[in-house]
Design a protein around this ligand. Structure first.
Ligand code: NAD
Length: 350
């Protein structure tokens, strides 16, 4: 059966990977709802924008009337909700936008979904899914070097970003429990890969290194993150949206725990190999004052999705990082237009 997927945040980093995954590897229809904030980039969707099953709606998920109209017009079978303000550093500078989009926006979308879903046939109601994409950061950080977050771990968010995501997770679960809306929640670890906005650690380091600029590492760089290649994540999300059990939570992770300093050092080594300069890029590494409230370690146990849905990541950290560095080297027009701001002025994003 051909389904219609409504993807919020589909012009963002992970959302665009989900859209490419669905349009390249299934017969399903995709309706993207995206406000095109600074993080939304239609150029990340260029390769699929002429697909007959592609529809783009520029809209704010906080706009209740437009969300209702969008549900009624496109009649989605599945919602994958990725629209969010997603950058921790920005959440420390401007928390209000995070509360608005991540909490109020999720509430608005849930209400539009509920109103649309409540008048569907019994069979369509049972098959409908509202899949909320969340983060492992809602759990706070792990002490020491052992232990993993489980689907049952308690919430202890540290930053305005993770607190706003925690709030949205609670709303989604309450809409399932109170109203019976069939929801799914996934928590993933740090993503990396092609089309990643240059404010995030991996692309920032690649592009700074190429420009000969310092590579700023917070504090001692010993913070541990668990890395997941974005295309592996997109496949996992599509699998959960189609085969996940309503009301369940799934963790998605690649079992790739690395200290930030190791990540930056490996990037320098890859660049030394692909684009040798006079001296190693490692000399550009500069330690800067740590971020307030910086979580020390995140690591996720993704055993449930491995066991119940048969998903496994294809990329190791080494192979994924290699692909990522090569992608940035081969796709300079994409990131140059992000860096000079022209991606927002080109009409494509108007
Ligand atoms: P992103 O910042 O790259 O993209 C977010 C998208 O949402 C953008 O296209 C933006 O235009 C859109 N958007 C923002 N506010 C909107 C609004 N009010 N209405 C409609 N659209 C709006 O984010 P990402 O990295 O692709 O993350 C996607 C989701 O995955 C987020 O919910 C994030 O919390 C979660 N997540 C991300 C990571 C990661 O490593 N990137 C890890 C865990 C969870």
């Amino acid at each position: 059966m051909i389904k219609t997927f409504l993807i919020t945040g589909g012009a963002g980093f992970i959302g665009s990977a989900v859209v490419r995954e669905l349009l390249n590897n299934s017969n399903h229809k995709v309706v993207i709802v995206d406000k095109l904030t600074y993080a939304g980039n239609l150029e990340s969707l260029r390769s699929v924008a002429n697909h007959p099953h592609y529809t783009f709606v520029r809209a704010d998920i906080c706009d209740a009337a437009v969300m209702q109209k969008t549900f009624n017009r496109y009649q989605p079978n599945v919602v994958m909700h990725l629209a969010a303000e997603s950058h921790v550093d920005r959440s420390i500078d401007v928390p209000a936008e995070f509360i608005q989009t991540n909490i109020v926006g999720t509430y608005t979308l849930l209400e539009a979904a509920r109103s649309y879903w409540s008048v569907l046939s019994t069979e369509s109601r049972a098959r409908f899914r509202f899949h909320h994409i969340s983060t492992d950061e809602v759990y706070g950080d792990l002490d020491g070097t052992d232990g993993f977050f489980a689907e049952t771990s308690s919430y202890a968010p540290s930053s305005p970003y993770s607190a706003s995501k925690a709030g949205s997770d609670h709303l989604v679960r309450a809409w399932q429990r109170t109203f019976g809306l069939p929801t799914l929640v996934t928590h993933c670890s740090n993503n990396y890969g092609p089309y990643h906005f240059p404010e995030k650690l991996i692309p920032l380091m690649i592009l700074n290194a190429l420009a000969g600029k310092p590579l700023p590492v917070y504090g001692d760089g010993k913070q541990v993150r668990d890395w997941l290649y974005v295309e592996d994540h997109a496949r996992a999300l599509v699998l959960v949206a189609q085969q996940g059990k309503a009301g369940e939570t799934y963790h998605i992770g690649g079992h790739n725990e690395k200290q930030n300093i190791e990540v930056v050092t490996t990037l320098c080594e890859l660049l030394d190999e692909f684009k040798p300069a006079e001296a190693s890029y490692k000399q550009l590494i500069t330690h800067v004052q740590d971020r307030p409230g910086h979580d020390v370690r995140y690591a996720i146990n993704a055993g449930k999705i491995y066991k119940e849905l048969g998903w496994h990541p294809v990329e190791t950290f080494e192979s994924g990082l290699r692909k990522t560095v090569l992608w940035y080297l081969e796709n300079s027009p994409w990131w140059q237009r992000v860096q000079d701001g022209s991606y927002q002025r080109q009409g494509v994003n108007a």
